[in-house]
Design a protein around this ligand. Structure first.
Ligand code: FAD
Length: 577
């Protein structure tokens, strides 16, 4: 017992063991995709002489939690306001829908997370309904009826605001979707789906029902062929074949799963080898993949969709629909965008330092925001001007070399362009122009400079709405906050192209670590950096190891691994509780 306690203590205290776990489990691939991050020890600046600035964090999802975990909270007075008092490990939500993993195994209370931090971090479980950036306040409403009048409303002041409230489901205003479909966004959605599946099987087993009625009840429709829709379809298929078929033998042959996708292929954000493997696997498994169909209406009995062919309308009865088609902006963010004049946008825009445009002390990260990356061609004349140190009107090789690192950091699309064109560095890109340059000294003029960079912006892409991006943004912003004082005096960022001096910090740079698509039957597809594609059982084991190592605490890590083992040994639980 004592040995177990000691073991548990070492596990709890040693976050590096989690990294080792991933490394050990994937030793065949020799890949460490994730290592749990430790809070940055910070700049070492203490705020003894000054009053601490108040940082208010909205949301306790991937972005908010990563910010909190990495922030040196002894430097600030920190307050967290979130609609839920826990962090949910969303990539395992599809596993919750079928009982492979229990809901409590993938959540960690925010209060447990903040308890491990230095300083006094306050947590409030409430929904923010208005952000007032002019008066540096957020207006909140408690989730509970705490007064006789109902829910308590209050406001919180801030010096710095970190908005990380995520996004909401996008129904595209299609009639009937909100009323009749299940969503798969929050933990509660996953629990409802789990109960809904069992409900369908119990209802279909009631005597005196006709075969048509049973077939209708056991028709599961999944809308959206992205990673979540595909993973849920695969998980449902496994649940039905491996567990429910044994428990409901009389109706097992009536089950049908349909996956509806508006595009030409499912998993179209993945390499084409992965999407075609997934389509073929689903065909073998009997999952009906309906590509190029757009849902136009959902009633309590039927789902109606429009095919690509003119006049092609399909209306099919269903027992349960799971809607997983993408995300939309939350009302509180829409309202804030109106307030600050971002009415022409669909998502809250920030600069490359995650600062909300036109609001100096407000930051936004994760699914609720998008980085408005500046184009290199918008600034090309200014880039030329600061590069041309001697104001000669032409650039020497040395002048270019002096600023090239700053330009690479400031415009990440340049790095992507160089990789795509298989160029070693910027000088490699400029070589042709320099060689045809003027006179003996081979200098570049503004027109040649513009031509050389003309195609670089074609590589600009919005970052995907993923946990990976949100977590990296949270960690990045925390590092900036930890070094705020130091960097005011000694800026660490690139040269200011349109101003003078340097930026305080380098801009946020996303590092893609790869993505997975579990396809059921203990098979998964993995697309890793360098467009390395792996499909099959080994990728599924890689998935297990990465997702175990990515858990926010040793408690959830152990619970999740225990659930997986339990499932291997006893199957999934089909009780409707
Ligand atoms: P969230 O994690 O959604 O957090 C938002 C937080 O804000 C929550 O704590 C919420 O309670 C709080 N909040 C919301 N509204 C308010 C309000 N008005 N006031 C106060 N607080 C509020 N990404 C991957 O990289 N890999 C995957 O495998 C993957 N799988 C996924 C599977 C599913 C089923 C889903 C739904 C998503 C998946 N994602 C995955 C995407 C990933 O979950 C999101 O990109 C990520 O959660 C975004 O993080 P966030 O912090 O911006 O938002």
């Amino acid at each position: 017992m004592t040995a177990f306690r000691n073991f548990a203590r070492v596990f709890k205290e040693s976050s590096s063991l989690s990294g080792l776990l991933a490394l050990g489990a994937v030793s065949s691939g020799g890949l460490l995709v994730y290592a749990e991050t430790k809070p940055n020890s910070g700049s070492g600046v203490t705020e003894t002489s000054q009053e601490k600035k108040k940082v208010v964090v909205l949301g306790s999802g991937w972005a908010g939690t990563s910010f909190l975990k990495n922030l040196d909270s002894s430097l600030y007075d920190v307050q967290v306001v979130s609609a839920h008092n826990y962090f949910a490990f969303t990539p395992l939500l599809p596993s919750v829908t079928c009982g492979t993993v229990e809901p409590r195994s993938i959540v960690e209370p925010v209060r447990s997370i903040v308890k491990k931090k230095k300083g006094d971090i306050q947590f409030l479980e409430a929904e923010v309904y208005k952000i007032d950036s002019e008066n540096q306040k957020v207006h909140c409403q408690s989730n509970h009826d705490v007064t006789v009048e109902g829910k308590e409303q209050f406001s919180v002041d801030y010096d710095y605001l970190v908005i990380a409230v995520g996004a909401q489901v996008n129904t595209f205003n299609i009639p009937g979707v909100r009323e009749h479909c299940h969503f798969l966004k929050e933990l509660e959605d996953a629990r409802k789906i789990r109960r809904g599946i069992i409900d369908c099987f119990e209802r279909a087993s009631i005597p005196n029902l006709g075969e048509d009625e049973r077939e209708k009840i056991l028709h599961f429709v999944v809308v959206g062929g992205g990673p979540t829709g595909v993973e849920f379809s695969a998980a449902l298929h496994d649940f039905v074949c491996e567990d429910l078929a044994k428990l409901y033998p009389s109706v097992q042959n009536l089950v049908k799963i349909t996956l509806v996708e508006a595009g030409d292929h499912i998993l179209n954000m993945f390499d084409s080898r992965i999407s075609s493997f997934a389509e073929q696997k689903f065909q073998r498994d009997g999952v009906d993949v309906k590509k190029r169909y757009q849902v136009t209406n959902v009633s309590d009995k039927c789902i109606t969709m429009k095919g690509k062919a003119p006049g092609e309308i399909l209306s099919v009865p269903y027992g349960m629909i799971v809607w997983s088609t993408g995300i939309g902006t939350r009302p509180v963010i829409m309202d804030f965008m109106k307030q600050i004049g971002q009415t022409n946008r669909r998502v809250l825009a920030t600069d490359e330092w995650l600062r909300v445009e036109k609001c100096d002390n407000v930051y936004a990260l994760g699914d609720c925001a998008t980085i408005n990356q500046r184009k290199i061609m918008e600034d090309i004349s200014d880039i030329f001007r600061i590069t041309d140190k001697d104001n000669s009107g032409t650039l020497t090789v040395q002048e270019i070399k002096n600023v090239i690192d700053d330009i690479r950091i400031r415009y990440p699309q340049l790095e992507i362009y160089l990789k795509k064109e298989k160029l070693e560095d910027v000088m490699d890109m400029l070589r042709g122009f320099i060689e045809s340059g003027q006179g003996e000294s081979k200098e570049l003029d503004i027109e040649q400079f513009k031509t050389a960079f003309a195609n670089v912006d074609s590589q600009m892409k919005n970052l995907p709405a993923t946990a990976q991006v949100a977590a990296q943004q949270g960690a990045y912003l925390a590092r900036c906050f930890n070094r705020m004082h130091k960097c005011e005096e000694e800026p660490e960022g690139p040269l200011r192209i349109r101003g003078t001096g340097r930026h305080r910090f380098p801009p946020f740079q996303y590092k893609h670590l790869g993505q997975f698509a579990p396809l059921g039957g203990e098979q998964a597809a993995a697309q890793l950096p360098g467009d390395w594609v792996s499909i099959g059982r080994s990728s599924q084991w890689l998935w297990y190891s990465v997702y175990a190592s990515k858990q926010v605490s040793w408690r959830t890590r152990v619970l999740v691994m225990f659930d997986w083992t339990k499932r291997f040994a006893f199957g999934r639980d089909s009780s409707r509780i």
